[in-house]
Design a protein around this ligand. Sequence first.
Ligand SMILES: [Zn+2]
Length: 94
Amino acid sequence: MAIALVVALAVALTAFILRREASRVCPRCGLPSLVQLNSLRATVEIDGRRAPDHWEYYRCGSCGSRLKDHRGEWETPTDDEWSLIIGEDSKGAA
Ligand SMILES: [Zn+2]
């Protein structure tokens, strides 16, 4: 019984690690090279009702694209937004 529990935990942990390390596919170049640099959570108001919202910021390790995932849609962050959220200027310097 204890061995079955240990095996189940090991399988679950391995699946968790593999899922975390799997890079997302870049919508610009199609390669699985996106690296998540930051994410934001906030409460927004839509039609007078409060709701959670979430943004994730990525850079592609292959083509260098800067991307923002907002509700499953890819957007290109402005230079000012990138500088504020990621802390780099438009040339990638910190
Ligand atoms: Zn790319």
